[in-house]
Design a binder for this molecule. Sequence first.
Ligand SMILES: Nc1ncnc2c1ncn2[C@@H]1O[C@H](COP(=O)(O)OP(=O)(O)OP(=O)(O)O)[C@@H](O)[C@H]1O
Ligand SMILES: [Mg+2]
Length: 479
Amino acid sequence: MSRPRILVVDDEPNIRRMLAGVLADEGYAVDAAADAEEAWTALAERPADLMLLDVKLPGEDGLGLLRRLREAEVALPVIMMSGHGTIRTALEATRLGALDFIEKPIVPERLLLSLANALRLRRLENENAGLREALAATGELIGASPAMDRLRGEIARSAPSEARVLITGENGTGKELVARALHAGSPRRERPFVKVNCAAIPSDLLESELFGHEKGAFTGALSRRRGKFERAQGGTLLLDEIGDMNGATQAKLLRVLEEGEMERLGGERSLRLDVRVLASTNRNLEALLSSGSFRRDLYHRLKVIPIHVPPLREHPEDVEPLAVHYLGRFCDANGRPLKRLDPGALARLRAWPWPGNVRELKNLMERVVIMVDGREVGAPAIAGLLGPAPAVGTAGGAPSDSAAANAAPGTGGAAAGEDDAAGGSLAGRLAACERRLVAEALDAAGGNVAEAARRLGLDRANLHRRLRRLGLRDRGVSR
Ligand SMILES: Nc1ncnc2c1ncn2[C@@H]1O[C@H](COP(=O)(O)OP(=O)(O)OP(=O)(O)O)[C@@H](O)[C@H]1O
Ligand SMILES: [Mg+2]
């Protein structure tokens, strides 16, 4: 962390000045307040790492403020100061959680020693809590395979640090879950976790989303707006889908990461940032580097610690625990009695290539709960919901590298009918195949025709013609 910040609360200007001088000389950052109210406001505006609090204050006294902090569950270490330290006040202060009690006139050496001890204790507590939280957060990650164990270990080790982490993996593997675990296991866990999806926001708006803008910075900037970086102050910012960020924004981001400060768009004043940056992507950044669409310097800044989340088909041992977990959760959520997957159903699930990874499995279990009657779920029901094995390298979001190498299960009896009905002629089978690929691309694009066309490498008019010919017109939505 940066320099520890100390809040000095004393009504005598001389003492505030003296303490500020001594503390600044020792490298602490110092804020000062003259009474309890001022201290309370100062803390709300800028959190401190420790408070030096005079017992006797005009209005509410030091013990009153200490009590208020405890009631609000503010975990701020406090050292009390007093010119007339009676045993009773000292006892009361300790009971309220004050770490030490220093008598006036203040001897700087004694004060500095007490401060250093308090901050060290605080740091140790924080680190311990961090490790505990990191473990707890990774506890949300289901799976006991060696791959998941390795992932948990990587999270637990990197969470408590300030290092940037680049999280890679296919769609639905759990990258966001990993990012949240990293935040939860860091000393920043009480501060905000903020996520920006760099792919979902049109590139001309992304900069203002990240850095905010002043009123009138551009047409449409009707009022001042804080960006995600500012909202994440003191906490963690996840740059999701970083591989989709455009060049201009990459250049700006690089500068902000290098300098540790930023300006709002159209703003003059630069703001010091205290934000841990995590990034994630399902794209192959190395390939984007060589094609020039991702900056190498930015890549190295982001990838201080790389964490790769493996696709589900590479740890099929975890399919069963994940399926059982989500099946139970969705039964609960829908008020249904608990269902059971029979051995045949489990075998089907293990053999599926999971192009959509854990998210696909989770969604499937929700469908099972809603669509399948009875307590026992068998292979035919699963096969019916899964449909034919996905054609690899097309829609569905799985990068085309490894899915093909894994044996896809045979198509389930219930769902195969539609395609097979096209008959045995080559033309008929090609049409059936085309229909399925187009339907999958549409589904993957949420029905958006333009997006589906992009995925299929067709122009929009062409896809519209095909939709008409294939009788799929009502599946697409033009936007
Ligand atoms: N190991 C896991 N244990 C339990 N749930 C998981 C696990 N991995 C992923 N999930 C769940 O799967 C869903 C998808 O995970 P997440 O959103 O983190 O994936 P992602 O990699 O960010 O996907 P995308 O690239 O599509 O954004 C979430 O509901 C998440 O809780
Ligand atoms: Mg995600």
